[in-house]
Design a protein around this ligand. Structure first.
Ligand code: FES
Length: 87
């Protein structure tokens, strides 16, 4: 599982392997925007403040993926046990 901390509220959610980060964050923050939820529209793009995303979207280019300061939380996951997101 992945621990996701929401920087603006200090809340932490645990993302089970069978759920997306978006779904898990919505347990505590139902207002988080999304559209396609399949990694191609860019609506759920979220800034990453700490941790390394495991990108699984079709939005970001190679340089953006490498930089790792933003991610599509509907499909992408993490290479680190914890992510701090700008939410
Ligand atoms: Fe479309 Fe995440 S909701 S990329």
């Amino acid at each position: 599982s992945i621990e996701v901390e929401l920087a603006r509220t200090g809340q932490t959610v645990t993302v089970a392997p069978d759920r997306s980060i978006l779904e898990s964050v919505r347990d505590v923050r139902p207002d988080v925007p999304s559209s396609c939820e399949e990694g191609y529209c860019g609506t759920c793009e979220t800034r990453v403040l700490e941790g390394t995303p495991n990108h699984r979207d079709d939005v970001l280019g190679a340089a953006e993926r490498e930089k790792g300061d933003t991610m599509m939380i509907c499909v992408s996951r993490a290479h680190t046990p914890r992510l701090l997101l700008d939410l």
